[in-house]
Ligand binder design. Structure first.
Ligand code: NAP
Length: 486
């Protein structure tokens, strides 16, 4: 009988925040559910002078905190046996020898390189991996965001990485695509005949996509100030979510079938001219306020932020898609730090009934609505009107639970678990292809250029609110309001 192939998951940045907070906990859960291949090994890579045991105890100090109630010492002990460490300075070609030594012990194994370091190291790492003879035709590389600062730098990274890895070996992570409700949206849209006829301009009034964080820049001020909300959130996560909502039915769930349809949407986004930038976008920057009942400083008072910074911590904009299906339907995107609540959701607002026979006013409160929530909890709800039991015909809003948590009592995979499984299985459907990423940059760049040309200053908003007043005004001009205001 053939032996199962070995698998080495090599995490560059193996001691970093993302590895401790998300990657190792996700791998631990997969290990506990027996979803990790028996022969899978996790190789942590960083400059620190640790040995395997040192790495295991370093990981353990973080594991209890980030795994929380699911942390079981016995399970952890089994998982920790999979962990090994290689000390590598990504900037030094010769230091890859120690990694080669570890990997060459399993020459026929599958190798996955997860680059969880500063993006400025991505091309150096892939070059040195190639130089050390570690990249095989079936090796895979996982790239974390942000992939570049603009179109030119993202192209440069893609060109460099592409010298050593073919496009189908490159897994660009957008962890929102790994979230269960987002996949459920695909299942609901394309697994049922019910929704598709309604999923168009005739029946959809507007779409709202919100990713609101309660936290501020959390000690990452210097990094964040060079990036801002547009690059950090809109260019990638919000546009990917928009694509999932708006794309045409793909011919299959195969990676390129799905990604071709997403690309068509990105290419069909109506470009923003200077006048649109002024009227259809709102930039904000938080000032001191309160979060969770505690006073919090303003953005300009955070460590590492220049006192005259114009970086936006909030963006709202009105996008439109130039296709027959979506012409005239506004897609409102909104993201910000220090918002009132931590919420990530997609809201599809359907049109009101053409005529009410029940005397119920045709207002947004009474229109049908599908709410796909990714945070704080993962749910999909359809808002309907139903008759309230009783002797009079009285309609009452009800919510139909479409994620069927009761029907499916299996544990849900967290986004990174799902995506790591897909990388190991070689399934690219939920990863971003190069042309998608570049199309997204092509659409956001003129907006950022427009802000610069207009010498735009972000509008201040108090920490712990829903952003500048202009954000509500953006919708009220169309007679609409954000979901939480309905
Ligand atoms: P981090 O906490 O600063 O960790 C960086 C890691 O890279 C450390 O393990 C560090 O270890 C290692 N490293 C730095 N320079 C190195 C070098 N020359 N050679 C080898 N290793 C080196 O960063 P992070 O927060 O984990 O973020 C990693 C990536 O994920 C970034 O691209 C970030 O934007 C992205 N990301 C992070 C999060 C998050 O929640 N943290 C979320 C989404 C995306 P040594 O210093 O010991 O070498």
């Amino acid at each position: 009988m053939a032996h199962p192939r070995t698998l080495d998951l090599v995490i560059f940045g193996g001691t970093g925040d993302l590895a401790m907070r998300k990657l190792l906990p996700a791998l631990y859960h997969l290990h506990c559910d027996a979803l990790l291949p028996a022969e899978a090994r996790i190789v942590g890579v960083a400059r620190d002078g640790l040995d395997d045991d040192g790495y295991r105890s370093f990981a353990r100090t973080h594991a209890e905190r980030f795994i929380g109630k699911d942390f079981k010492p016995a399970e952890w002990a089994g998982f920790a046996e999979r962990l090994v460490y290689a000390q590598v300075d990504a900037l030094q070609a010769d230091s890859f020898a120690s990694l080669a030594e570890r990997l060459n012990g399993r020459p026929d194994g599958q190798r996955v390189f997860y680059l969880s370091t500063a993006p400025s190291l991505f091309t150096t790492i892939t070059g040195h991996l190639h130089g050390a003879g570690l990249v095989a035709a079936d090796s895979r590389v996982v790239l974390e965001k942000p992939l570049g600062h603009d179109l030119a730098s993202s192209r440069q990274i893609n060109d460099e990485v592409g010298r050593y890895f073919a496009e189908d070996q490159i897994y660009r992570i957008d962890h929102y695509l790994g979230k269960e409700p987002v996949q459920n949206l695909l299942a609901l849209r394309f697994g049922n005949a019910l929704f598709e006829p309604l999923w168009r301009r005739e029946w959809v009034r507007d779409v709202q996509i919100t990713v609101a964080e309660q936290v501020g820049v959390e000690g990452r001020g210097e990094f964040y100030d060079r990036v801002g909300a547009m690059r950090d959130m809109v260019q990638n996560h919000l546009l990917q979510l928009l694509c999932i909502v708006a794309m045409e039915p793909p011919a299959s769930i195969a990676p390129d079938a799905v990604r071709d349809e997403k690309l068509k949407i990105l290419r069909a986004l109506r470009p923003f001219g200077l006048a649109d930038v002024a009227t259809r976008t709102v930039r904000g920057q938080y000032k001191a306020g309160a979060s969770g009942g505690q006073p919090v400083p303003g953005y300009l008072e955070e460590n590492g932020i220049p006192g005259d910074s114009r970086t936006e911590t909030f963006v709202a904009l009105k996008a439109e898609i130039n296709t027959w299906r979506w012409a005239g339907v506004p897609f409102f995107l909104r993201t910000g730090k220090r918002m009132q609540e931590k919420v990530a959701e997609i809201v599809i607002n359907f049109r009101s009934v053409p005529h009410s026979i029940f005397g119920v006013p045709a207002t947004p409160q009474h229109a049908n609505r599908m709410v796909i929530r990714m945070q704080p909890e993962e749910t999909v709800d359809l808002h309907l009107l139903a008759k309230q039991p009783g002797d009079v015909m009285q309609l009452h809003p009800v919510r139909l639970d479409l994620d069927f948590a009761e029907a499916f009592r299996t544990r849900r995979l967290e986004a990174y678990e799902r995506l790591l499984m897909d990388v190991m299985r070689g399934n690219l459907t939920l990863f971003v292809r190069r042309d998608e990423q570049e199309a997204a940059w092509r659409w956001v760049e003129p907006i950022m250029a427009g802000w610069q040309a207009a010498d735009d200053r972000p509008k201040p908003y108090t920490a712990g609110t829903w952003g500048p007043a202009g954000s509500s005004a953006l919708l009220s001009r169309d007679g609409l309001s954000w979901h939480e205001e309905i």
